[in-house]
Design a protein around this ligand. Sequence first.
Ligand SMILES: [Zn+2]
Length: 425
Amino acid sequence: MQVQRLSLPSYTLTPPNVSPSQQLSSKILKLNPNSKSGFCDSLKMVFKSPTGLRSHGGSVGVMCGVAQQEDTDDGFYMRRCVELARKAIGCTSPNPMVGCVIVKDGKVVGEGFHPKAGQPHAEVFALRDAGDLAENATAYVSLEPCNHYGRTPPCSEALIKAKVKRVVVGMVDPNPIVASKGLDRLRDAGIEVTTGVEEESCKRLNEAYIHHMLTGNPFVTMRYSMSVNGHFLDQLGEGVAKSGGYYSQLLQEYDAIILSSSSIIENASIPVSQEAGANQPVQIIIARNSSSPIQIPALTMEPIGKPIIFSDKETTVELERAHTGIETVVLDQINLEAILEFCNSQGLCSALLDLKGNIGDFEELLQDGIAKNLLQKIVIEVLPLWDANDGGNFPIALKSLRKRLEVKNLKPKVSSENVVLEGYL
Ligand SMILES: [Zn+2]
């Protein structure tokens, strides 16, 4: 397989079909520190002032009454850790999202989360927030504290130095250079250690990180929309791409999105997350058997992503506005393995396979993905409509999959008027 990179002129990416007034309001949203979904606003506050940590929730003392049921309390504080960790959604890759809460005499005295790779870990922020009150306190951490010198000193040492009495951990770190060593170090120092509290939610929080750490492959989720009569639909439900909608949140969460070039051309836009301050995914555009040049739509706002075109021939990219470079990767055959290899080389730990546009573009990717177990998760959006077509538009690629697949842990949720099913392959 030959991989050839071509450097082509690039352009400025902007959210699609956004009117000037909408652009303005989205900018206002990003700058509004009171925005509930503005997790990156919170991050900015963390950087501005270490004591500002409390301003996004850490100062709220949580009284638990008589702490008779330690287990119940442990679950409560661990759920708060997960909530804190999620403030950095889409920002920490290749690191995990981690939250930490320091509790003394039934009261939260410190909170923190890991904002971004290269920044201090959650424990450091929480201990800083707690100050001297950390002594004899209980530290709750959604993931085992690290015990190695990376870009930051080990958190196990920081907890020992702060003289915490007890450490409660959501899950053991799957990273082989951490795995249980952090816990051993804490126990050796005489600290009481409890593990596996709210383990399921801690694992779900970092499902992409865990998968990547264990397999070396990015975590891949396949997404598509369908009608209530089971027909594949090449459209999103009303409201799902807006801020707070499941689709906008998926774009925020994943490091990369894999798209058909036809969906970009037809919609004259590249999907972007509308969550305030969202880190936009790298857009991997599949251009298969493309005889005509790919026309990239003219987009006008600030750069918000980095598109890469995967083609099986040296496709020309037509740009209505030429700016800086778009990368094109030419492969003999476009397959999921090659794309995931590329993701790995770019430090991208998760990818959303977004089945829209010309589904034929995904045929080889899906067959390859299912045959080699490269797909981990499935997200299906059911739109509240009965489709008039005869169902002949269901993806050929999916029809030709003759393998019976079990979907584990299938769960529904609601986004606007639509039902979204999530499960694991
Ligand atoms: Zn650490």
